[in-house]
Design a protein around this ligand. Structure first.
Ligand SMILES: C[S@@+](CC[C@H](N)C(=O)[O-])C[C@H]1O[C@@H](n2cnc3c(N)ncnc32)[C@H](O)[C@@H]1O
Length: 315
């Protein structure tokens, strides 16, 4: 039995499945499968829109009674605990039995529980014949406060996608210097700032830049927004995210798109590009190699699909 320190569970809409897998690939070096992932990499769940919980494994056994013995032997002293049963893929334990197991775990801890305001939440789950016990860390969803940002446009990117783009761009690098190359009102920047990443933005529109700055200031985030055509930005970054202009709110010709991509390769060699159109030729002509690709359709709008291209410069 291979022991892992953490068990992650995921939550997302079917339209976001490919993006969640791509994000987990860049965060964990493996793709989540069936909305769960076992790893030794510790990630704060709120960093992603798709991670629901992380179980920090304390004990595991392929024998349930043995797991309960292990919990007793831990002599857990924390008062005010709660126990939750986490249902993983393939677990067909019936509700009544699950309740019984919650009691077994609860009675193995000699302190007082508090189901309404727990100081700590323990979890029990089973996968492929092995039982796990640990501490449950939940996504706090505090980042959803960004939904109330003062300025938003109809072509602003969805928050779940923005968070995934940041994680894909940052990958496992410790303190990456990120750029939101066509930042609009700063939706992607807000998510990067929430996670604690260093990010700068750039937009050709003066008014849009001001709105992005107002959005950042609203949450007390310090991040620079450059009012410039991306071709005039003269700095270097570890990675750039480009949410390419589209529709009547930010019209752009094929040539404009090619120029934006090409200009961004001058200031970074790692690009995460979002398009609504087929841009394979523009990527190729900019001297980029596509490392990964996925698409994200809009719920209820099957004919509107965002394409996500993870690229690096060829030399
Ligand atoms: C699809 S919007 C980005 C939306 C943004 N992600 C958000 O959520 O608000 C594309 C943005 O690219 C900007 N843009 C267009 N051409 C540009 C260029 N050459 N350099 C920098 N920004 C550009 C537009 O002003 C527009 O705000």
């Amino acid at each position: 039995m291979q022991a892992h320190k953490y068990i992650y569970s995921f939550r997302y809409d079917h339209t976001e499945s490919n993006l969640s897998k791509l994000e987990s690939w860049y965060m964990f070096h493996k793709k989540e499968s069936n909305k769960q992932l076992f790893s030794n990499i510790e990630i704060e769940p709120s960093k992603s829109a798709f991670i629901k919980t992380r179980l920090d494994v304390i004990a595991s056994s392929d024998n349930y009674e043995h797991l309960i013995d292990q919990i007793k032997k831990k002599e857990i002293m924390t008062n005010g605990f709660k126990v939750e049963y986490l249902i993983l893929e393939g677990d067909e334990t019936r509700n009544k039995e699950r309740l019984g197991k919650l009691k077994d775990v609860g009675y193995s801890i000699n302190t007082f529980p508090d189901y309404h305001n727990p100081t700590i939440t323990y979890g029990i789950c089973t996968y492929e014949g092995v039982w796990y016990f640990g501490v449950v860390i939940k996504n706090n969803f505090i980042w959803q406060k960004h939904k109330q940002k003062p300025f938003s446009y109809s072509n602003s990117i969805k928050q779940n996608i923005a968070k995934a783009l940041v994680n894909i761009a940052a990958s496992t690098k410790r303190n990456p210097k990120l750029l939101d190359a066509c930042c609009g009102v700063g939706t992607i920047m807000l998510e990067a700032c929430f996670t604690g990443y260093s990010i700068e933005g750039c937009d050709i529109s003066w008014k849009t830049c001001n709105n992005a700055r107002a959005n950042l200031a609203h949450y007390d985030y310090a991040a620079e927004v450059h009012h410039a055509d991306i071709k005039d930005l003269d700095k270097q970054y570890d990675a750039a995210i480009i949410d390419l202009p589209y529709n009547i709110y930010s019209p752009a010709s094929d040539m404009d798109i090619s120029n934006i991509i090409k200009a961004t390769t001058e200031i970074t060699n790692r690009l995460v590009i979002v398009s609504t159109a087929e841009i394979g030729d523009a990527i190729e002509n900019a001297g980029l190699t596509v490392l990964d690709y996925c698409d994200v359709s809009k719920r209820g709008k099957a004919n509107f699909t965002r394409k996500v291209w993870v690229c690096e410069t060829r030399n």
